[in-house]
Design a protein around this ligand. Structure first.
Ligand code: DSN
Length: 419
């Protein structure tokens, strides 16, 4: 691999091979990361990167679309099958663009979106004040009723919905470890005449692998997602519409020409490959294992007396209050664990009293470890190693744990393909 790159550009070659080694030798616990197959990587680096294909299959603004049309149609059909949707747009470059296109398709300037409070697990693109979205649309919030169990305050949600009359009721989070009551979302949305939308970026693979409930089965109207987290595909976005053709047409228009120019056809081919992989029965085994592994890690922390936000996990991620539990800030924990060969991220916890750049929590999860073949016992060991570092906070412990994480990584090479 990389023969031409090595000969032509040593600096970039060195950086990429350095990253390869980092990924191979460390344990990846960032819950939004994963390892793609070499088939996905081959599609990403294919000749399709040379091609302009503005428009949609059969309706392009450039010639030479015989193969791009085939690729995009396959990606659309597979995405629809995977999520039980009637319509799919596979062109958004990332999850942020998928959400933006969804807002522009379904809202007029000044319209209201009711979404999860950002400090309770929401996402920047769900209306954080630092985004341009808040200059155009009005975002109002619901929260968890009980941070210790993760129960959403559906009474508050209904009250705010009735008062604020949102056009969109938004579910979906980047730091929330529990399943939702989708029936309640849909009933509240219908009651106030809002479209019900979910950003499933984090749990897309769990839904595709039938290890988590599918919001479309409960009547959600639209789903947005990324393709590179639990779904284990290339970095990119995807928008699915359950059944309303008018909505799907508005979304297509919002993506192109509304927001983006030429689609990244190489990425769309890689998405199609990933969707093909996720349609295999083996992906269901993978998705179920991701959750079992996360539960095994959560159990170790709970037994150790740690405070986990929502008290545990139903999905692929865990949010731990390390400030209360181990007297270490999230930033310091991230740094020490990184040195010990465990990569994860600091994360604010609900109603955090510390600053976002050095919050009280860490967020970690099991999608990448599970891809490497880790099962519950190895994940529990990783959790114990983490606790050793969080408790001791000293160089000797970090070095000892580093030696063990390297061994664990070596015993579980990153796979090249999936059965
Ligand atoms: N940055 C992603 C995550 O890590 O959750 C969400 O966009």
């Amino acid at each position: 691999m990389y023969d031409f790159l090595r000969d032509q550009d040593t600096d970039i070659y060195d950086a990429i091979t350095g990253e390869d080694t980092r990924q191979a030798e460390g344990l990846e616990l960032i819950p939004s990361e994963n390892y793609v197959s070499l088939a996905v990587r081959e599609a990403l680096s294919s000749s399709l990167t040379n091609k302009y294909a503005e428009g949609y299959p059969g309706k392009r603004y450039y010639g030479g679309q015989e193969f791009t049309d085939k690729v995009e149609t396959l990606a659309i059909e597979r995405a629809k099958q995977l999520f039980g949707a009637k319509f799919a747009n596979v062109q958004t470059h990332a999850g942020a663009q998928a959400n933006m296109a969804m807002y522009f398709a379904l809202l007029s300037p000044g319209d209201t979106v009711l979404g999860m409070d950002l400090s309770h697990g929401g996402h920047l693109t769900h209306g954080h004040p630092v985004t341009y979205l808040t200059k155009i649309f009005n975002f109002v919030r619901y929260k968890m009723k009980d941070v210790e169990t993760g129960e959403i305050d559906y009474d508050e949600m209904r009250e705010v919905a009735k008062r604020e009359k949102p056009k969109i009721l938004l579910a979906g989070y980047s730091a929330y470890p529990r399943e939702l009551d989708y029936e309640k979302f849909v009933s509240i949305g219908r009651e106030v005449g809002a479209l019900v939308v979910m950003d499933v970026a984090h749990i897309a693979g769990l839904i595709a692998g039938k290890a988590a409930k599918n919001p479309f089965d409960y009547g959600f109207d639209v789903i947005t997602t990324t393709t590179h987290k639990t779904l284990r595909g290339p970095r990119g976005g995807l928008i699915l519409t359950r059944e309303d053709e008018e909505i799907a047409k508005k979304i297509d228009k919002a993506v192109f020409p509304g927001m983006q120019g030429g689609p990244l056809m190489n990425t769309i081919a890689a998405k199609a490959v990933c969707f093909g992989e996720a349609l295999k029965p083996s992906f269901q085994t993978y998705a179920a294992q991701v959750i079992q592994n996360a539960k095994a890690m959560a159990d170790v922390f709970i037994t150790d007396g740690a405070r986990l936000i929502t008290g545990g996990t139903d999905n692929h991620l865990i949010l731990a209050d390390v400030w209360t539990s181990y007297g270490i800030s999230g930033g310091e924990a991230e740094k020490l664990l990184d040195e010990a060969g465990i990569t994860l991220n600091k994360n604010a916890i609900a109603d955090d009293t510390r600053k976002p750049m050095d919050p009280s929590g860490i967020r970690f999860g099991t999608p990448a470890l599970t891809t490497r073949g880790f099962k519950e016992a190895e994940c529990a060991e990783v959790a114990r190693l983490m606790i050793e570092v969080l408790r001791a906070k000293d160089t000797a412990t970090v070095e000892r744990v580093r030696a063990r994480t390297k061994e664990l990584a070596a015993a579980h090479p990153i796979p090249e393909s999936f059965a």
